[in-house]
Design a protein around this ligand. Structure first.
Ligand SMILES: Nc1nc2c(ncn2[C@@H]2O[C@H](COP(=O)(O)OP(=O)(O)OP(=O)(O)O)[C@@H](O)[C@H]2O)c(=O)[nH]1
Ligand SMILES: [Mg+2]
Length: 322
């Protein structure tokens, strides 16, 4: 999935104002050229139904319709139609020239005018001078899509992220007995109390080699920017790390080195597979010395999941910063 694209967007040109005269019977000439129509604007609108940004990659130049020229006999030119570009919720737009953010489109139907159409020119009616229409705005835009989810699962290979997501959300994924099975982010919806929902997202696994581009790399961590809670997930098998502390440090180092601002996002640690732990005492001691909030769970037996979920619900329901 392509998550970042560059586009040139251009508002429509304003139509020309008309210069024309009406010859009255008394031989006087009266100006009757009308104004040109305004050019259409390019508008980006967030929609659940929008296809991915990939589709826009095919049309790198997006322009709205120009306004029609004015004509004689006071006939104004028609306004050019706006071009409405549908993008997925969670799309951020930036101006590539000055690197300023244009808007984060995070709500259904939210929209922003990115390139305004040019104003139509004046006609010579009323003895005005006839003018040509203005050019529409032209802008180089970067559109970046980041998944909108509440809770992100970030963890070691085969720690049980897919299994947890499957158990909580019945998303059509299954735990696989080989590492890095999840190659792209996966979303699942957890529904409870009849109408409440929490959106979970599993990101591909991380381990020490990820920062050197091994495994599946780290690019997908961009999606964490709008997370309300990050769950750092490990397990008791120690396949990829020598102990829990090292595992946790590895995960957090990779995530926070990618973007230091991610430290502001609340996080919690979940250590899975306690059903097969060989030394749970050591795991607990390591976690306690890390000073971080943690949960011991087994996705397989269900142990510890209720406490973890109570914590997550409480956290998400009380999250008031947008
Ligand atoms: N014993 C035990 N096995 C588990 C538990 N949870 C998951 N597993 C197994 O661990 C393996 C990996 O599980 P996944 O859910 O695919 O792990 P993941 O973190 O999504 O792994 P990748 O995305 O492939 O890196 C699977 O064979 C699961 O059946 C658990 O609580 N106990
Ligand atoms: Mg997985």
């Amino acid at each position: 999935m392509l998550d970042k694209i560059h586009l040139t967007v251009q508002g429509g040109r304003g139509g020309k104002g008309c210069e024309s005269f009406y010859h009255r019977k008394d031989h006087k000439t009266v100006p009757n050229g009308a104004d040109g129509g305004d050019g259409g604007s390019v508008i980006f609108r967030a929609s659940h139904n929008a296809p991915g940004l990939d589709r826009l990659k095919l049309k790198q130049h997006l322009s709205a319709e120009s306004g029609e020229h004015g004509s004689s006999e006071n006939k104004r030119g028609r306004k050019g139609s706006d071009l409405v570009v549908l993008v997925p919720l969670g799309t951020s737009l930036y101006n590539r020239e000055n690197h300023l953010a244009i808007r984060d489109l995070c709500n259904e139907e939210e929209e922003v005018i990115v390139a305004k159409g040019g104003r139509g020119g004046s006609g010579n009616i009323g003895d005005k001078e006839a003018t040509s229409g203005e050019e529409g705005e032209m802008l180089e835009v970067e559109a970046e899509f980041r998944i909108m989810a509440d809770v992100f699962l970030v963890g070691l290979p085969s720690s049980g992220k897919s299994s947890l997501l499957h158990r909580l959300t019945r998303a059509h994924i299954e735990g696989k007995d080989y590492p890095f099975a999840t190659r792209t982010p996966v979303i699942g919806v957890y529904s409870y109390d009849d109408y409440k929902q929490i959106l979970f997202c599993e990101l591909p696994s991380l381990y020490q080699g990820s920062t050197q581009g091994r495994g599946l790399g780290t690019d997908f961590l961009r999606h964490l920017a709008r997370a309300k809670l990050i769950i750092f997930m490990l397990d008791t098998t120690m396949k990829y790390v020598s102990d829990i502390r090292e595992g946790l440090e590895t995960l957090q180092k990779i995530v926070y080195e990618q973007d230091a601002a991610l430290r502001q996002i609340p996080s919690v640690v979940a250590v899975n597979k306690i059903d097969i732990a060989s030394d749970l005492g050591k795991v607990q001691a390591d976690l306690q010395s890390s000073g971080q909030l943690y949960f011991l769970i087994s996705v397989q037996t269900g142990e510890g999941l209720e406490s973890l979920m109570d914590f997550i619900k409480e956290r998400i329901e009380n999250d008031h910063h947008v």
